[in-house]
Structures are given as C-alpha cells and as structure tokens.
Design a protein around this ligand. Structure first.
Ligand code: BJW
Length: 268
C-alpha cells in the first residue's frame, strides 16, 4: 500500500481506492504545501534556490531573527519571490482542487483547504474555502504597528522598504516565520473541521513543519481515510492509508476525475 519508490502508473489500485472513498465523502479536508505550486514554476521551500539566491538557506531566511539581523537581504528575497508569485499561473493540480470543492458543494458536502503556501494560487484557480496557514507574500505589514498593505506589482524601491505607517519602521512580508503564531481563524477552522472529515488529503508537502504536519494524524485518529499526493516519500507516507506517488499536476486531476467522472483530467 505504501510503496515509497513507485509512481502513479504502479498505483492504479490505490488511485481507484482513493477515488472511491473520495466519491462517497461528505466532508473533505486538504492540506497543501510548496509541491502544489512547483508545476507553476515556484521553487519549493526545501529545493535549492536558483541563481542569485542559491547561497541562501530559505530555512534561515524565514525567521524573525534573520529579519532583525539583516532586513535588507530578507526583504530583497521576499520581494523577489513576491514578483515570482504574481507572475505565476495556477497549474492543473490547483484546478483539480477547485473542481473537487465544486463537486462537493453540488451535492451539499463540505470542503476545506488549508494551504501552507503564500502565493494565492489556490484562490486564483477558483478555490473558495481556503485558509492561509502561513499568510500571504502578496501582503506586507508594518513591523511596528501591524498595519497591512498590498504593494503594487512592481519591485520595492528601497530595501528594507520603509513603513508608511510609522517613521523609522520597516515593512515585512505578512507571512508566518518559524516561532511565530499561525492566524487564529485558520487554526480554529483546522481544529474544528479536521476531526470530522471523511477524507483527508496531504498534497505536495514535506510534512516537516508543524502544526500543519500534524493535521493528517488528527484526521486519521478521528477515523478519516487519508491520502498523500507527493512525488517523493515524506514522514507522512507511512502513516496514510494510500500514497499516490507522482506530481500534483498529474495525480490530482486523475484522482478527481476518477471520483466524480471525466472532464477534469483533460481526457474527456
Ligand atoms: C511535489 C512536487 C510536485 C515537489 N508534485 N510533490 C511540533 C514539533 C516540532 C516543532 C514544532 C512543533 N510545533 C511547532 C514547532 C516549531 C516549528 C516547526 O514546525 N519546526 C519544524 C521545522 C520542526 N513551527 C513553527 O514555528 C510554527 N509556529 C508555531 O508553531 O507557533 C507556535 C506559537 C504559538 C503562539 C505564539 C507563538 C508561537 C510556524 C511555522 C511557519 C513556517 N513558515 C514557513 C515560511 C513561510 C513564509 C515563506 O514562504 O517564506 O512556511 S517555513 C516553510 O516550510 C514554509 C512552508 O509553508 C513550510 C512547509 O514546507 P512545505 O510546503 O512542505 O515545502 P517543502 O519544500 O518542505 O516540501 C515540498 C514537498 O513537495 C516535498 O515533499 C516534495 O517532494 C514535494 N513536491 N514538487 C508533488 N510537482
């Protein structure tokens, strides 16, 4: 069931099983990570950054300590990524999750999507009930007053960008760094809906960062059928009911089309 080296072609049985459970579910919860946006050209968090950022470790830059120590480097990195997110387009994996939500809505079911991604691609693909666990890179906030703005789609003129809300203060991305609290509303929704879902999907995440990495266990312990979609093994792989090994952009459209009928995987 949880063979970690094979691909979706070897898992037709797993795919059919997962699709059957999905087709009968009244409540579906999904958690996504950077792998969901990889096919949109956005580098995953634990990939080596390309070109001018390759010498920086994202895990070290995504901390309040890095911002305090070197706000120029940190804000340049985030602005570079912000412009990349604005230029990116949703991929078929994002589309399949929006389609899944619509299918559930059509029959009076419930759907909730918890994303660790900061790129807003789920919303742009049409997903409606999306909770941003780690904030959004498209918003920035005053590091002193907390006021939030959406900067224009052009690079900041100065680094670190000055805050327009308080003289001498800086802007920082409105994201959640290590050691910072996640948005209360998103967490409350996760604790409320996860234990009562029928099917839980963990999609394109390395399942290393908490609390999101723990959602699958909450769902599983409460009796949900759990599915992982990932191109590589993760710590969650051995704990889920079915592993669908492959890329999100290929596996999710297949899964949703098997569960709800043709039309979403482009194969009629
Ligand atoms: C594909 C693919 C394709 C690629 N198809 N697959 C419990 C235990 C231990 C530690 C903790 C704990 N609870 C909390 C902690 C501490 C900490 C933590 O988890 N540390 C761990 C590293 C051990 N957590 C926190 O600090 C969190 N805060 C918190 O808990 O606060 C408590 C608090 C309460 C009250 C007051 C104060 C505090 C905050 C975590 C914030 C994480 N932030 C970041 C940066 C966000 C902004 C930004 O984008 O820069 O979030 S770190 C980074 O990791 C980012 C990601 O969202 C997150 C997860 O990474 P993700 O998405 O899984 O990406 P990757 O790159 O790791 O994996 C990609 C996957 O995709 C891989 O598996 C690939 O195989 C796959 N893939 N292409 C399918 N095409």
């Amino acid at each position: 069931m949880n063979d970690e080296s094979s691909t979706i072609e070897d898992h037709v049985e797993g795919l059919e099983h997962a699709a059957r459970r999905l087709s009968r579910a009244a409540c579906v919860v999904v958690v996504t990570g950077a792998g969901a946006s990889a096919e949109s050209g956005i580098p995953t968090f634990r990939d080596t950054m390309q070109s001018l950022w390759k010498e920086f470790d994202p895990q070290k830059l995504a901390t309040p300590e890095a911002f305090d120590a070197n706000p120029e480097v940190v804000t340049r990195w985030y602005d570079h990524r912000r412009l990349g997110c604005l230029a990116a387009q949703p991929n078929p994996g994002h589309g399949a999750l929006a389609t899944l939500e619509q299918h559930l809505a059509d029959r009076g079911g419930e759907f909730a999507l918890f994303t660790q991604n900061v790129d807003r691609l789920h919303q742009r693909a049409g997903s409606r009930r999306v909770y941003e666990l780690h904030g959004s890179i498209l918003e920035w906030r005053c590091a002193s007053t907390g006021h939030v703005i959406t900067p224009p789609p052009t690079p900041f003129e100065a680094f670190p960008p000055p805050s327009p809300f308080q003289p001498g203060a800086l802007l920082r991305p409105n994201v959640v760094w290590f050691g910072e609290a996640l948005p209360e509303e998103a967490l409350r929704a996760a604790w409320e809906v996860t234990p009562r879902c029928d099917v839980f999907l963990t999609v394109g995440t390395s399942s290393q960062v908490y609390p999101a990495a723990g959602f699958v266990d909450i769902a599983s312990q409460a009796g949900a059928f759990t599915i992982e979609v990932n191109k590589d093994p993760t710590p969650a792989s051995r704990r889920v009911d079915v592993v669908l090994r492959g890329t999100v952009g290929r596996v999710l459209p297949l899964l949703v089309s098997r569960a709800f009928g043709p039309g979403v995987d482009g194969q009629g």
